[in-house]
Design a protein around this ligand. Structure first.
Ligand SMILES: Cc1ncc(COP(=O)(O)O)c(C=O)c1O
Length: 365
């Protein structure tokens, strides 16, 4: 078994290469935690008062995300768990169509539940819009689950409303479910509603681990039509028989702080996106679509005529300067790199300079 390919290679790599915090890492996909002390003592009342926080949290999330009620919310231990139970419920042994480039778990989950996985392209040259022809090919012969991220990981771009329409129409034709992973959506200054409010075929997953910086608090959820939520809950009986009280209590206590923190993080992410964009414009060996929101972007390396190897550039950057960047091969795009840049200004400038040095060496090689 040890020689078998890992079920989720990126996560093996991330656990080996990405420390919980590193001031110059361009690889950390979460935000810094709130200042220490900000959460002290805020959740005990839910536990000590004998109030079960889980139904209260479902109610609060339904209200926050404009879902009809708590029956439209399933609690999970992070977005990863929410995605897993969604795949189990809607795709096991079936057919999945996943965007590419994709956060690697999304195709890997299809394989894990025994599904036939196909991918459809999002077009770099068109603000990462969905390629309708590629989608049509991916669902030929049927599909059970269609999967995208919004904001798109790795590019940080929004899912265009017309693309969501297209996904829903496609799902209608095939009696399929659309899963939108919204783990970064809360960082969008446009305050867009969850895709789950859009159509009963859409389920959306999210958590407070990424956009809210509470990466070690495994509190996530799935939003959808109550019948689909029930289906997910039935499969989750196998995975997580008892949804724990503590993360629910912590998440519930955290929610009132969420808005002011989000506003701060959105503003800071926008500043840093401008800073990275200015750096990208100084280089003729890097191109990106400036992210719409969040703090993660996808860099194409070299030129279309002479692309550079993202794995080699990432390895050289790490060896030469200790700066981590995520190879695009983990997103099915070997001549790209993903960077996450929620760093102090000086650290970001230094990390980008190190990446630039590695690119200079690659161009000369
Ligand atoms: C698109 C996407 N979905 C899910 C996850 C996992 O989220 P969580 O930590 O809430 O399980 C990540 C983590 O980076 C992610 O990028």
């Amino acid at each position: 078994m040890a020689g078998d390919a890992a079920p989720f290679p990126y996560m093996r790599w991330a656990k080996a290469h990405l420390p919980a915090s590193d001031p110059r890492s361009l690889g950390l996909s979460g935000l810094p935690r709130p200042p220490s002390g900000a959460l002290d003592g805020i959740f005990e009342p839910f536990l000590e008062g004998g109030v079960d926080p889980r139904p209260v949290l479902r109610e609060a999330l339904a209200e926050r995300y404009a879902m009809p009620g708590p029956d439209a919310v399933h609690l999970a231990l992070g977005t990863a768990h929410a995605n897993f139970v969604a795949y189990l419920a809607f795709a096991r042994g079936g057919r999945v169509a996943v965007e590419t480039p994709a956060y690697e778990a999304l195709p890997c989950l299809g394989a894990a539940v025994g599904a036939d996985v196909r991918s459809f392209r999002r077009c770099a040259e068109n603000r990462w819009r969905i390629d309708p022809d590629a989608l049509a090919v991916a669902v030929e012969g049927g599909v059970d689950l269609i999967v995208v991220t919004d904001l798109h990981n790795p590019s940080g771009t929004r899912l265009d409303p017309a693309d969501l329409d297209l996904l829903v129409e496609t799902a209608e034709r095939h009696d399929a479910v659309v899963l939108v992973d919204e783990v970064y959506l809360d960082l969008d200054p446009l305050d867009r509603p969850s895709a789950a409010t859009f159509h009963p075929r859409v389920v959306a997953t999210n958590s407070i681990t990424k956009s809210h910086g509470m990466w070690d608090l495994r509190a996530g959820w799935l939003l959808g039509h109550p019948e689909r939520i029930l289906e997910v809950a039935r499969w989750d009986d196998l995975v997580c028989p008892s949804s724990p009280l503590l993360p629910a209590a912590q998440a519930l206590a955290f929610l009132p702080q969420a808005r002011p923190r989000l506003l701060e993080n959105r503003a800071r992410a926008a500043e840093l996106t401008d800073r990275v964009d200015a750096w990208v414009r100084t280089r003729d060996d890097v191109w990106w679509t400036k992210p719409d929101a969040a703090f993660t972007g996808f860099l194409r390396l070299g030129t279309p005529e002479r692309p550079l190897d993202g794995d080699a550039v990432a390895a050289d950057t790490l060896t030469a300067s200790g700066v981590t960047v995520v190879p695009g091969s983990f997103f099915q795009a070997p001549t790209w790199l993903r960077i996450s840049y929620m760093l102090a200004d000086d650290d970001l400038d230094a990390a980008l300079a190190s990446l630039g040095d590695a690119l200079d060496r690659a161009v000369k090689a």
